[in-house]
Ligand binder design. Structure first.
Ligand SMILES: NC(=O)c1ccc[n+]([C@@H]2O[C@H](COP(=O)([O-])OP(=O)(O)OC[C@H]3O[C@@H](n4cnc5c(N)ncnc54)[C@H](OP(=O)(O)O)[C@@H]3O)[C@@H](O)[C@H]2O)c1
Length: 218
């Protein structure tokens, strides 16, 4: 696993994005966070849900991340992904924390993947081709993150979270991040393996340990 990062970007300041931010901040990691709102309009929201996170414009996320950890977490609903400019995350390791919900009207490129039962992260990797996409952090509910992230606990006592990605270095960087946040990351291998992390899969919203996760991953 790689050295822990210093600043991580988050796109999306809703339930998931702010929960990720709180866990990162508790671990001593600086957080840049962006939504559709200008930074000034985000300030009050962040004071309540992620005190200490730095509101930035989405267009600046990649540049600021590239100067530091290189990591950006994507926590925008999938139905909004056509509004996320791939240039905003160019050159980053993009953690795909998104999920498909039945009532969402998806962008056509994503709906095509869902119709073919392909892993949604693979469609995202095509869409955000100038980033290294790694699937992670999607299969834990926002309401569980504050308690489940336990950086002071032994790895064996922590909640296990899966990581899938095609690039070994990018996957290692994300695993290092999850360790620092207080989880026990388990590599599933290539991005396609992330299919079992999706809402209809066996890992979704289940409080698993490493040994459980490895069993499901087979
Ligand atoms: N909720 C969970 O427990 C959970 C856990 C893991 C993963 N996820 C996944 O994470 C994603 C987000 O879920 P959520 O529950 O956090 O949704 P949410 O509470 O509705 O928040 C969505 C956030 O995305 C922002 N956003 C929308 N369009 C955007 C754009 N074009 N550019 C930048 N930001 C944009 C919104 O901005 P504004 O604030 O300006 O409206 C909002 O901050 C979903 O795919 C979900 O499946 C959710």
């Amino acid at each position: 696993m790689s050295e822990p990062p210093e600043t991580v970007g988050i796109l999306g300041a809703g339930r998931a994005g702010t929960a990720f931010a709180r866990a990162l901040l508790r671990a001593g990691i600086t957080v840049d966070i962006a939504s559709t709102r200008p930074p000034r309009a985000l300030q009050h929201h962040l004071k309540i849900y992620a005190p200490g996170a730095v509101p930035v414009v989405a267009e600046d996320i990649a540049e600021r991340a590239r100067d530091s950890s290189g990591l950006v977490i994507l926590a925008v609903p999938q139905e909004e992904l056509d509004e996320v400019d791939p240039a905003w995350v160019a050159g980053t390791v993009l953690i795909d924390a998104t999920n498909t919900w039945q009532d969402e009207l998806l962008p056509s490129w994503l709906q095509a993947a869902v119709d073919e039962q392909l892993p949604t992260s693979m469609a995202l990797a095509g869409r955000f081709g100038s980033a290294q996409v790694v699937k992670a952090l999607n299969h834990i509910a926002h309401s569980e993150i504050d308690d489940a992230a336990r950086p002071d606990a032994e790895l064996s006592q922590r909640r296990a979270l899966a990581v899938a990605g095609d690039d070994d270095a990018a996957r290692g960087l994300v695993m290092g991040l999850l360790v620092r946040m207080g989880f026990d990351p388990v590599s599933l291998g290539a991005l396609a393996a992330g299919r079992i992390m999706e809402p209809d899969g066996p890992l979704f919203n289940r409080p698993l340990r490493r040994e459980d996760l490895l069993r499901f991953a087979r």
